[in-house]
Design a protein around this ligand. Structure first.
Ligand code: FAD
Ligand code: 2HG
Ligand code: ZN
Length: 480
């Protein structure tokens, strides 16, 4: 358990669940929508890393917005705390209860509502799994504007609620830009219909943005309309090695300049990550087995003209090699090679949890400084832990994963608050894309001013006056 959770007391203002509550939920959801089976509830109580564990006795599976509304209206009146849950792939302890909060899973709301084939606008329920949506829109000649390693489990509602970044961010940007409309159920059960599919709509405050990235603390997202870019026919992936971090930075700048509009991913990993992936991911092959370099970069290009794009990428790689930015490299020759490259990059998280207890930091740092913290951490921790640095270099987003045999306060004290203070000193963000959840609710001040945090608390009190939605998460206790 993260030490943050260990220090939190259950808020006595919340009621405890009783049999009348369960009967009420059965009356609106039917027996199948009310899960008390210990094994099933146990799964929903634990996060993907096995790090955060709640003690909820009840998992609810609504099938419609009206049912979500009835659940929240009842919980608000009864002061029953609630944790909204999507695919439960979140990495900051936000998707599981801390104590006995009722878990409201959106898994039963997984219908595609409509697809506008002219404009590429998808409208669907929040519980749709990202990969299923990708498959659906790809069959229509479009792609989802986001992609992430958890695609097989995460829900679009969870993606919106965390404002997930991921592997296509460099090309298509944030969900704040791609989400056109939302339907949200507020804490008191009010259904807020903001489910527009318009590209342009400047009528008053754009309220949907409050819910994008609010991690289930302001409302439950039930429906989403999202802009999907056209699927372009030409896609190439290169796996490259660089001798030093300065070369990775220069390569990024060169890629932006020379690949321009076809650049669709620029991911980086240090050699510790490659070793980790080779040791713990089944069936992957090292694309550059002879390489002795410290850094690796995955570049993807996507465009409309196969021969033009291929020529452009090859010329770019050749020039970068001549300039000494790339030590070695290979372009995937077929889909299976390309997916092997991606599997290595996307599988680092999965590989790290196989080794031991993982302390995860998801930092936005100016690119010039981004790798310094990884090296500083190695010096601080010595043989106590393995340190892995990787991430979305094109977005200035480092994933710093520190793995030791178990979670313990001594290791944590070597890492925190140092990592947060260091990031704050660079005017970086202590959460680039994963959110604050339980892990970092008390750390928001490292990246946001007291005035901004105070205003967030006012918004929270306005929208959820009884604080039933995802308690103990996102905002510090001192302001609530
Ligand atoms: P959950 O984990 O279930 O919930 C996350 C948060 O959102 C919780 O606070 C929860 O209460 C809230 N929530 C969920 N659904 C709703 C809803 N309908 N309404 C209101 N609140 C809701 N993240 C990235 O940003 N980029 C990555 O590249 C990335 N890669 C990952 C790779 C792996 C292997 C894993 C395990 C995770 C990765 N993540 C990444 C983190 C995670 O997958 C994302 O945060 C994802 O968006 C969470 O979606 P989910 O459906 O699993 O949500
Ligand atoms: C990724 O980019 C994810 O692979 C997960 O955001 C990062 O596990 C992590 O720290
Ligand atoms: Zn990431």
């Amino acid at each position: 358990f993260g030490s943050a959770a260990a220090q939190i007391q259950r808020n006595p203002a919340y009621s405890e669940l009783n049999s009348d509550d369960v009967s009420y939920f059965k009356s609106i959801l039917g027996d199948n929508g009310v899960v008390q089976d210990e094994d099933r509830v146990a799964v929903a109580n634990v996060d993907w890393m096995g790090k955060y564990k709640g003690a909820s006795q009840l998992l609810l599976l609504p099938k419609s917005t009206i049912e979500v509304s009835k659940i929240l209206s009842y919980c608000n009146t009864r002061r029953l705390a609630v944790v909204p849950q999507g695919g439960n792939t979140g990495l900051v302890g936000g998707s599981v209860p801390v104590y006995d909060e009722v878990i409201v899973s959106l898994a039963g709301m997984d219908k595609i509502i409509s697809f506008d084939k002219v404009n590429g606008i998808l409208t669907c329920e929040a519980g749709c799994v990202l990969e299923n949506l990708s498959t659906f829109v790809e069959n229509e000649g479009f792609i989802m504007p986001l992609d992430l390693g958890a695609k097989g489990s995460c829900h679009i509602g969870g993606n919106v609620s965390t404002n997930a970044g991921g592997l296509r961010f460099i090309r298509y940007g944030s969900l704040h830009g791609n989400v056109l409309g939302l339907e949200v159920v507020m804490a008191d059960g009010t259904i807020l219909d903001m489910l527009t599919t318009l590209r342009k709509d400047n009528t008053g405050y754009d309220l949907k943005h409050l819910f994008i990235g609010s991690e289930g603390s302001l409302g439950v997202v039930t429906k989403i309309s999202v802009l999907t870019p056209a699927k372009l026919p030409s896609n190439n992936v290169a796996f490259l090695s660089c001798n030093d971090y300065t070369s990775c930075q220069k390569l990024l700048l060169a890629a932006r300049r020379n690949l321009g509009e076809i650049l669709s991913a620029f991911e980086f990993m240090d050699h510790h990550c490659i070793d980790l992936a080779m040791r713990h991911l089944e069936g992957v092959q090292n694309p550059l087995p002879a390489s002795q370099t410290k850094f690796y970069v995955l570049i993807e290009t996507t465009g409309s003209d196969e021969s033009y794009n291929k020529t452009k990428l090859e010329a770019f790689l050749l020039r970068s090699m001549e300039d000494g930015l790339i030590a070695d490299g290979v372009i995937a020759q077929d889909i299976s090679q390309a997916s092997n490259f991606w599997r290595i990059r996307e599988g680092i998280s999965e590989a790290s949890v196989k080794v031991g207890a993982v302390y995860k930091y998801d930092l936005s740092i100016p690119v010039e400084k981004l790798y310094d913290i990884v090296e500083e951490m190695r010096c601080r921790l010595g043989d106590n832990a393995e340190v892995f640095g990787y991430g979305h270099l094109g977005d200035g987003n480092l994933h710093l994963n520190i793995v030791s045999s178990k979670y313990d306060d001594n290791t944590l004290a070597q890492i925190e608050p140092f990592v947060y203070e260091w990031t704050s000193a660079q005017r970086g963000s202590v959460s680039a894309e994963h959110g604050l959840g339980l892990m970092k609710a008390e750390k928001i001040h490292y990246s946001k001013s007291p005035e901004a945090v105070q205003l967030m608390a006012s918004v929270k009190k306005l929208l959820d006056p009884n604080s039933i939605l995802n308690p103990y998460k996102v905002l510090p206790r001192s302001v609530l």
